[in-house]
Design a protein around this ligand. Structure first.
Ligand code: 5AD
Length: 352
């Protein structure tokens, strides 16, 4: 019996995630692409990504820039350097600059405020923050300074798995979904998302992740495959102990990631969905395009100066690691045109 695409309840989601029949999958891809075209159009919004600090106080078991990453040189960009990257984003015609970092208390409330104000007044770009778990005071202040959006993937909707891979700081229980809801109430557009194939992630958990993304009414959703980092416990033998039984463990592969992208488009027709760097890393030849033709409508070109970019190693072999902003931009424009799409203009807020 053909599988439904109208009502995506838990069972239907699990069925699609486990689907292997090429003809059925073709239906999923074409529906996701049609829904993408109908709701967010053919523009591919480009967000200039600036990785402003790789300091991090957390010890997430999957991440290469975790606090205990062995021998990693740390950097924190100066305000002037960040502003220079924002000017570059403006020059390249991007509508948004994304400031991303580890969870770094050295990026103080006042410092980030100054950066946001400078970017807003000089470039007028939309400002997206991805600075990890921060206090409500900081978040409210940055909103008042002009920040528009905040990205915080909740990584998994399963509380036990979350606790295992994402240690809390002493006295500060980690609850990313709660922070997302509070940021929404403050007026941020919110971005959530998960990794696909983290050890211990079952099909049922992944289906619940899609439901959580839908329940949060996420404006943006980042989805990429989990890529093992030799700098993190889950990159080595540590992964084995966490893995679910063979038939239940979700693989960290391209096909499964694309299914999650497509299902997320059906669950959140208006959302901005990036074709992620992790997807481009796992399939340098066509990962970006496959994401964009199976539900995604955003790409985040990396504008971080290369001396810093090589140190923002959340996983190895990141796509575009050694590209300059200009070359990366030219390549991207060609690839977007080759699939019959065009670069978006303006800030590219949700549903536009
Ligand atoms: N593989 C893939 N994605 C990762 N991230 C962190 N570590 C890895 C990894 N090893 C993702 C997380 C985080 C985002 C910025 O990068 O989902 O939220």
């Amino acid at each position: 019996m053909p599988r439904g695409l109208e009502r995506l309840d838990r069972e239907t989601l699990v069925g699609w995630l486990r689907e292997t029949d090429p003809a059925e999958l073709e239906r999923l891809w074409s529906r996701a692409d049609r829904v993408r075209a109908a709701h967010v159009g053919d523009a591919v919004h480009l967000r200039g990504l600036v990785e402003i600090s790789n300091h991090c106080v957390r010890d997430c078991l999957y991440c290469g820039i975790r606090a205990h990453s062995p021998g990693l040189a740390r950097y924190r960009m100066a305000a002037g350097e960040i502003l220079e990257c924002a000017r570059e984003a403006k020059r390249l015609g991007y509508g948004t600059v994304v400031l991303q970092s580890g969870e770094d208390p050295g990026l103080t409330r006042a410092f980030v405020s100054g950066v946001i104000r400078a970017i807003k007044s000089e470039t007028g770009l939309a400002v997206t923050l991805g600075l990890g778990e921060r206090t409500d005071d900081e978040l409210a202040a940055w909103k008042a300074d002009g920040a528009d959006r905040f990205l915080l993937r909740f990584e998994t909707s399963d509380p036990a798995l979350y606790r295992r891979i994402h240690p809390s700081l002493p006295g500060a229980p980690s609850d990313r979904v709660a922070q997302l809801r509070r940021m929404r109430a403050m007026g941020y557009e919110i971005g959530s998302g998960v990794m696909v194939g983290i050890p211990g992630q079952t099909w049922d958990i992944l289906a619940r992740d899609v439901e959580t993304i839908r329940d949060l009414d996420s404006d943006m959703v980042g989805i990429g495959p989990f890529l093992p980092s030799p700098r993190a416990p889950l990159g080595g033998s540590g992964a084995g102990t966490l893995r679910a039984p063979a038939d239940e463990q979700v693989p960290n592969d391209e096909l499964t990631t694309l299914k999650v992208v497509a299902l997320t488009r059906l669950a959140c027709p208006e959302a901005n969905l990036p074709s992620t760097t992790a997807l481009a890393t796992i399939d340098p030849a066509s990962g970006r395009e496959l994401g964009l033709t199976r539900g995604a409508n955003v790409v985040m070109p990396n504008l971080t100066p290369s001396r810093y970019r090589v140190l923002y190693e959340i996983y190895p072999g990141k796509a575009g690691l050694h590209e300059t902003a200009d070359v990366g931009h030219a390549v991207l424009e060609r690839r977007i045109a080759a699939i019959g799409r065009h670069a978006g203009t303006g800030p590219g807020a949700r549903g536009r």
